[in-house]
Structures are given as structure tokens and as C-alpha cells.
Design a protein around this ligand. Structure first.
Ligand code: ADP
Length: 400
């Protein structure tokens, strides 16, 4: 039983083909720079009875149609997929499902239209997601296709958490509210954490921290998202690689009025040139640590600011939840950065949060604990796997 997961960006297609029996990847890869002269298709094969190998398929990939043709040719040539009938479904990552989509859905013409109507809420992502969906349907019309939304897990937010204190008409007329993102990852690591703790997720209060290039935290009460740091767009909340996160909302007015910035220039600056990059010129956390170790003051400041913003939200979400069973770190930074995990939990003993220095150094497992034995709040590090979660949800959707 095989499921293909597609994450289609504006100039890239990331994919994984899963054997759902084993829940293991057979082929994964990235087609990037679509439409450019340097377009390329890199992949990793994990075929039965042969050693895993990485390779690259040279081809000019002018658009998403050619990208998927290239992918399906590869899957058939390497024997990973003999024919379309072997695929139970294709699961598509869709960034914005608005208030309409609370769970995964089998894609039909109505669903495509709804995703299209959500474009103003996610102008960079939803059009690219749609390109992948439409091409996959055209090329494999007999295979059921499922949309899995980044926003869906956060549709349980209560009104006080999702409304902004702006004119109420904006919510009704324009859909202005907090939606939240990274939902698939927050849900996946919450499930893994519950399994690790040997408890039912519906009985757990968690704070999940997805810290990658994009970053967000979620407060989970009895297994449901009740607040999350990203908002109407993925710009709000934590400091990110290149995104500013929370700022004074009057900053754009000041910069526009007094320094002649246009709104589109500000949008670009807040999204692409702020965050860690804005503070110290680097957005890769490993490089920032190297710079800080060499005495670079702005790199040190970036690290301190990054950890401080997380710590503030830890306090806020602790208060929102009242009781916390576990913190769950994930994403490239959350899974690997021992300094960061230690620093954002420093001096939180009063909340029952205490990192064990030795346990924090160790661990390459999919899921491990780093809290001190006596601390009441578990602190877990869980490797996220959004692709697997999309595959599982898609399969459940077609089988329901
Ligand atoms: P994306 O959001 O694009 O999926 P990732 O989850 O892969 O990103 O996270 C990328 C971030 O993780 C980068 O800032 C990278 O420097 C950081 N990272 C990866 N490995 C480590 C490590 N060993 N220590 C600290 N940061 C790391």
C-alpha cells in the first residue's frame, strides 16, 4: 500500500513516496528551481534489498507539469511504482484552509475552488499548492487526491485566542483572525509525545515548539490547539530565520511616513530580511553559534533575543493552560540546538521546568526526554515528520 506526499512550492516540489505498511519512505526528493536554467531533481532511494542511495536526475524542468512528469518517470524507472493503481492516494500539503477546512478532505472541483478562494490569505503558498494538485490530477486522474491543511489543527482555537482587537467587521468581511500554521507538525509531535509518555493525547496539556526556518509554538489543552504564535499569516510570533515575528504594529506607519518605505518594501523586509538575519546578518542557526563563539556581538544578541522570545511565550502559554504535562521541542533548531533548549528553559524551576544538562547533550533518537528526573514537567525532543503525518491523514481520509 503506497501513498505519495507532495509539497508543491512556487518553484519547487518536495515529495515522499511511503510504504504505508512499514510507514517508511521508499523514495523522497526535491525538484527545485523549476522554470530556471539550473533546475534539478535530487532524490534518495530506499528500495528493498538494495542500499539507500542519493542521486540526481538531469532535466530541464520548465514548469510543475514537467516536474511531476519527471517524478513519475523516475518512480516507474526505479521500480518504486509500477503503475498508478499501486497508489492508494496522493496527499497534498496545503498551507491555508481558512475556517472552511478543519480536517483533511478528498479533493474535487469544489475543494479546488475553496482553496482558490483562500489565495488572498496565503498569496505565496496556496497558488503553488494548487499547481501541484491540478497537475497531479491531470497526470494521475484515477488516484484519489487528498488536501491536508497546515491551518486545520488550529481550528479548535477559542474566540478569545483567535480574534484580534480590531474592528469586528474585519473578521466578518475580510476573514481577519488568527489561523496559525505548522499544524501538521504540532499535531504529529504531540502524538509522538503522548506515545512516549504512555498517555492518551486527549488527557495531556502540552506546549509544542516547532523551531525551524519558520518557527511557532502551540498551547495544547487535552490534545487540542488552544493558542498558537503564528497569526493571520506566518509572520507573527517567534523570531524566525528571516521573519520578524511580533513587532509594534505601528512600525510600518512610522517607516512609511517618516522614511518613505512602501508597504510592499516593508512586507519584503519583515519577511525576508528580518528575524535572525536582520539582527546579525545570518539566518542559519549553526552559523550564528559559530559567529557568537568567535565573539561576534550581534550573533550573541540574536541568540539571546531568540531564546528570550520563546521564554516569554512559555510563560504566556503556561498561564493559558494552567497545568503543563510536557514541552516538546522539534524542527531543525528544536531537535538539535542544546544551547537554545537550555537557555529558553533557564530559571523556570518555579514552573516545574528544568533541563538536565547531561540528557540535553545526548540523543539522536526519534524521541527522547531532557528534563531532570525530579522536574514535574517533561521536556521532550521529538523529530518531526510532516510528510508521514500527511500520508497517514490522507490514507485515513480515503479509507473513511
Ligand atoms: P525548515 O523550516 O526549512 O524545514 P529546518 O526545520 O530544517 O527548516 O530547520 C533549519 C534550521 O535548523 C536552520 O537554522 C539550521 O541552522 C538549524 N539546525 C540544523 N541543525 C542544527 C544543529 N545541529 N544545531 C543548531 N541548529 C541546527
Amino acid at each position: 500500500m503506497k501513498t505519495l506526499v507532495l509539497n508543491s512550492g512556487s518553484s519547487s516540489i518536495k515529495y515522499s513516496l511511503f510504504d504505508m505498511g512499514e510507514q517508511s519512505v521508499i523514495v523522497s526528493g526535491l525538484i527545485e528551481r523549476i522554470g530556471e536554467a539550473e533546475s534539478r531533481h535530487r532524490f534518495e532511494l530506499h528500495l528493498a534489498d538494495t542500499e539507500a542511495r542519493c542521486d540526481e536526475k538531469n532535466a530541464i524542468i520548465g514548469d510543475h507539469r514537467q516536474g511531476l512528469q519527471n517524478l513519475f518517470t523516475l518512480l516507474s524507472e526505479c521500480g518504486a511504482l509500477k503503475n498508478a493503481a499501486e497508489l492508494v492516494c496522493i496527499g497534498h500539503r496545503v498551507v491555508h484552509g481558512g475556517e472552511h477546512f478543519r480536517q483533511p478532505v478528498l479533493i474535487d472541483a469544489d475543494v479546488i475552488e475553496q482553496i482558490r478562494q483562500m489565495i488572498p490569505l496565503a498569496p505565496l503558498h496556496n497558488p503553488a499548492n494548487l499547481l501541484g494538485i491540478e497537475q497531479a490530477i491531470e497526470q494521475l486522474p484515477s488516484v484519489p487526491q487528498v488536501a491536508v491543511f497546515d491551518t486545520a489543527f488550529h481550528q479548535t482555537l477559542p474566540p478569545p485566542a483567535y480574534h484580534y482587537a480590531v474592528p469586528a467587521d474585519w473578521y466578518r468581511q475580510y476573514g481577519v483572525r488568527r489561523y496559525g500554521f505548522h499544524g501538521t507538525s504540532h499535531y504529529y509531535v504531540a502524538k509522538r509525545a503522548a506515545a512516549h509518555l504512555g498517555q492518551d493525547l486527549r488527557a495531556l496539556n502540552l506546549i509544542t515548539l516547532h523551531l525551524g526556518n519558520g518557527a511557532s509554538m502551540t498551547a495544547i489543552a487535552n490534545g487540542q490547539s488552544i493558542d498558537t504564535t503564528m497569526g493571520m499569516t506566518p509572520l507573527e510570533g517567534l523570531i524566525m530565520g528571516t521573519r520578524c515575528g511580533d513587532i509594534d504594529p505601528a512600525l510600518p506607519f512610522f517607516l512609511e511616513r517618516s522614511h518613505a518605505f512602501s508597504f510592499s518594501e516593508l512586507e519584503n523586509q519583515f519577511n525576508k530580511h528580518s528575524g535572525l538575519k536582520g539582527i546579525c546578518g545570518e539566518n542559519d542557526m549553526r552559523a550564528i553559534h559559530r559567529l557568537a563563539e568567535q565573539g561576534n556581538e550581534s550573533a550573541r544578541l540574536a541568540l539571546e533575543m531568540y531564546a528570550y522570545r520563546i521564554k516569554k511565550y512559555l510563560g504566556a502559554y503556561y498561564a493559558a493552560l494552567g497545568h503543563v504535562d510536557a514541552l516538546v521541542f522539534t524542527g531543525g533548531i528544536g531537535e538539535n540546538d542544546t544551547w537554545l533548549r537550555q537557555h529558553c528553559c533557564d530559571n523556570l524551576h518555579a514552573l516545574g521546568i528544568e533541563v538536565d544538562r547531561n540528557k540535553n547533550q545526548s540523543g539522536d533518537a526519534e524521541c527522547f526526554a531532557i528534563n531532570s528526573d525530579s522536574a514535574p514537567v517533561s521536556i521532550l525532543v521529538v523529530k518531526t515528520n510532516e510528510e508521514l503525518e500527511i500520508a497517514l491523514q490522507s490514507l485515513a481520509c480515503v479509507q473513511s
